[in-house]
Design a protein around this ligand. Structure first.
Ligand code: ARG
Length: 544
């Protein structure tokens, strides 16, 4: 569905010859939309702006959409939509099973790499953000008609497994009784030992070699550690209500078998070179190279990501690959993108994006993760929020706080503020939705019926309908820009407009067609709020 704003814009552009840059009007007396196109044209042509505006107003063909165009101030064009046009846009939403989510012109295959926690470590606040943000991208892109392929790039390989397995053997640990927090405690004990005990360190190193060369007994213990960790991750996913499933896991170990081939290939083609005994790739614009194989013959984070890019572009046939991690990894991803392109593993037809996010801070403004040297676990944050409110509200509070600011910014985890039912919070939006539901339920109890929006005379009604008509365009914007805060801002404006509408326009106390039309407006708003919250991964309960 073409939004009213873009429909109007295309008509104005047809007459003006340049993008009219339509904006929502800043005040009701300026109508619904404004454009400064006449001012820009006048400057270019050296003519008086009001004259250009008058000329444009005569030529722009929008009589079916709006009232006669008004010229304001130095030459602004003001557009006031016909109420029937606004009503028709609202009714389209009410009838549409997708509730107005614009379907992409060309459906893409989109890989989203998110969550990606590390084995034998509990998920930590940073993983909370990637999981919530990635889940929102997944929902928005899927709803927009794309095929989303989530990839949970779990840290399930690497040198730490040597010490973990040795520690398990030394302690004669019963793996069947181990859970994720037990595994994490084990990790700490092993790590301490590694620093203090040289013989242990030697054994750990030998164990890594055994693991990498496919020793069966070693592999069996490793795979138990993975299972224990997966069970812990799944518990967290379930609690968060995110879409990730076991089938989405393609951890670091998954790419193991490809690494040697990549090194041979890139070295043979002269793309990789030996530098200080390591095999590396220098990419234009980067000072330090990506390391394919270190001087001890080991493979690490860089080469694994090069392999993952190759797999995602060539085997998964991704048109777009999105990575969601904390902002500090930005350089790493820019580097591996450049290397994979230089190698020809990722072509121009595939886009690669890193979406970095900021840190979660405590109320003292310091990163949660470094307080008193202890990591802040995701589970603890959920517990903290659930001490104040029920789970659906707690999740709404956390997810909204995570998504409603520009992602790159740090945000303060302030439970009181996040769970408030007033202000720009998730629970406020849930509350607005429940309020619309309550009005409709009451209307039903009074045997009132509604069908379509037909009367839009009050400014508050018009404003609400106008905002509703923008939903599709906002979702499309989030699908392209990956900036969920724009959807949050929109939903907050919608909830606010709805509450102004209630104040100024009695619903249940009005009569006849006005009442039916206002109920239809409530029903549409309720639907759009529920759909919008759903795209953020937030539930919309009927009662609060
Ligand atoms: N496991 C990493 C971490 O916890 C994140 C992995 C992100 N994805 C990737 N393809 N490198 O920081």
């Amino acid at each position: 569905m073409l939004s009213l704003a873009s429909l109007l814009a295309s008509r104005v552009e047809a007459a003006a010859g340049i993008d009219p840059e339509m904006r929502p009007a800043t005040k009701p007396q300026f109508g619904h939309f404004q454009s400064n196109v006449a001012l820009r044209l006048a400057k270019r042509e050296g003519r008086p702006p009001r004259e250009v505006a008058a000329d444009l107003a005569r030529r722009i063909d929008v009589a079916d959409l709006c009232e006669p165009i008004e010229i304001a101030g130095p030459g602004f064009l003001n557009f006031r939509m016909h109420p029937e046009v606004l009503a028709a846009a609202a009714n389209d939403l009410l009838a549409d099973p997708h509730t107005g989510i614009d379907q992409a012109e060309r459906s893409q295959r989109i890989v989203i790499d998110y969550s990606s926690p590390n084995v034998a470590k509990q998920m930590h606040v940073g993983h909370l953000r990637t999981t919530i943000i990635g889940d929102c991208f997944n929902r928005v892109l899927t709803a927009s008609g794309h095929t989303v392929i989530p990839q949970n790039h779990v840290g399930d390989w690497g040198r730490q497994f040597g010490m973990l397995i040795e520690q398990i053997a030394d302690e004669n640990l019963d793996l069947d009784a181990l859970d994720l927090s037990g595994a994490e405690a084990l990790y700490k004990r092993a790590n301490e030992r590694l620093a203090a005990d040289d013989a242990f360190a030697d054994r750990a190193r030998a164990r890594v070699v055994a693991l990498q060369s496919g020793d069966e007994a070693t592999g069996a213990i490793w795979s138990r550690l993975i299972d224990v960790s997966k069970a812990g991750f799944n518990e967290a996913y379930e609690r968060l209500g995110v879409l990730l499933a076991d089938g989405d896991i393609a951890g670091e170990s998954f790419y193991n078998a490809m690494l040697e081939g990549i090194c041979t290939d890139l070295e043979a083609r002269g793309i990789a070179v030996v530098d200080d005994e390591a095999l590396v790739v220098f990419a234009d614009g980067f000072e330090a190279p990506a390391i394919l194989r270190n001087r001890h013959g080991g493979y690490g984070y860089d080469v694994t990501d090069v392999a993952a890019l190759k797999y995602r572009a060539q085997t998964l046939r991704a048109d777009r690959i999105v990575y969601v991690t904390d902002a500090r990894q930005h350089h790493h991803f820019e580097l591996v993108f450049a290397v994979a392109r230089k190698a020809g593993y990722v072509g121009d037809e595939t886009s690669t994006e890193h979406v970095g996010y900021g840190m979660v801070l405590g109320r003292d403004g310091r990163p949660f993760s470094t307080r008193e040297g202890t990591a802040a676990y995701l589970i603890d944050l959920l517990d903290a929020a659930e001490e104040h409110v029920t789970r659906p509200i707690a999740l709404a509070a956390i997810k909204y706080a995570d998504l409603s600011n520009q992602l790159q910014k740090d945000y303060v985890f302030d439970v009181e503020r996040m769970t408030a039912t007033t202000g720009d919070t998730g629970p406020y939006l849930q509350y607005a939705h429940a309020r619309a539901h309550r009005i409709l339920t009451r209307a039903e109890a009074e045997r009132l019926t509604w069908d379509e929006v037909t009367v839009l005379t009050e400014p508050a009604e018009q404003n609400l309908a106008l905002l509703l008509s923008r939903f599709g365009e906002i979702v499309a914007l989030v699908a392209s820009d990956l900036q969920p805060h724009k959807l949050c801002t929109y939903l907050f404006e919608l909830a606010t407009a709805m509450s102004v509408f209630y104040e100024q326009c009695p619903v249940l106390k009005s009569e006849g067609e006005v009442c039916a039309s206002r109920l239809a407006l409530c029903a549409t708003t309720r639907k759009v709020l529920a759909t919008g919250l759903g795209l953020l991964g937030i539930e919309a309960p009927n009662q609060m």
